[in-house]
Design a protein around this ligand. Structure first.
Ligand SMILES: C[S@@+](CC[C@H](N)C(=O)[O-])C[C@H]1O[C@@H](n2cnc3c(N)ncnc32)[C@H](O)[C@@H]1O
Length: 240
């Protein structure tokens, strides 16, 4: 069931998960938050609006950062957010004041390498700082090929909950909360994607992108891809 028709998160883990991270991390107006792969800006804007914290948000897509800046203006939080058009792998915050919370929502670690991404975040957080991320996982190794090929290719390979838990631990974090995003999260996400497929400009105007998303939505619902792929949410804390 679609529970948030206005969501423009580009992943099934939406506003509730960002809010959970902000509340557990006790984010407040003195806090500094880092949003890695900020997309259309929902995560950064929701945090800034709710907690009045300072957010640094990075995304390599200029188009996405422009949409995010517009959203921040509409929500009256643009003075609280610094937007950077940058590849996370080229970013270096080791000389900056460390962050209390880092967000890597919507599979950012799968885009940049999980081990490297976790190590960077560990370095940029304060002692006992918080990490909140969400990412696609497979529930089982026995995924039918028609489902597997939609989500995995030569470049992207996914973890299981167990293997992700091990990566988080090995990177120096303790897991506070690890859970699967409920079906409504997927419905909100695909409702957003279905709206974007009407775009006549930008990434979603591309016929190949339209076709790929139509196929993914079809495989997820009609071929019951939801039995094999899930969206993992993790809230973790730096051990020291
Ligand atoms: C699936 S979207 C998730 C966006 C947002 N966090 C959300 O949950 O709605 C992934 C975002 O990561 C960005 N991204 C991917 N690789 C990146 C990289 N190496 N450096 C910076 N941004 C990156 C993409 O441009 C895209 O906006």
């Amino acid at each position: 069931m679609v529970t948030d028709i206005r969501s423009s998160y580009s992943s099934p883990a939406g506003r509730e998960f960002t809010m959970l991270a902000g509340r557990c991390a006790a984010i407040n107006p003195a806090s500094r938050v880092l949003d890695l792969g900020s997309g259309y800006g929902d995560g950064a804007c929701n945090l800034a609006r709710e907690f009045r914290c300072k957010v640094t948000a990075i995304d390599q897509s200029e188009e996405n950062i422009q949409s995010a800046q517009q959203l921040a203006q509409e929500k009256g939080v643009s003075h609280l957010i610094t937007w950077e058009i940058r590849d996370i792998m080229q970013a270096d915050f080791s000389q900056a004041e460390p962050f209390e919370l880092a967000l890597a929502e919507g599979g950012t670690f799968s885009f940049i390498s999980r081990v490297r991404g976790l190590a960077l975040v560990h370095q940029w957080l304060i002692p006992r700082g918080w990490l909140s991320f969400s990412d696609l996982i497979f529930y089982t190794e026995k995924v039918p090929p028609e489902v597997k090929t939609i989500f995995e290719d030569d470049r992207y390979h996914y973890e299981s909950e167990q293997s992700y838990r091990a990566l988080v631990h090995d990177a120096g974090f303790e897991v506070y909360c690890m859970t699967m995003v409920p079906p409504s999260g997927w419905d909100n996400y695909y409702a957003h994607m279905a709206r974007r497929l009407e775009d006549e400009k930008g990434v979603f105007a591309d016929k190949r992108i339209k076709l790929a998303f139509h196929k993914e939505i079809d495989v997820f619902y009609r071929l019951e891809g939801f039995r094999y792929v899930g969206y993992l949410f993790c809230l973790a804390r730096k051990r020291e």
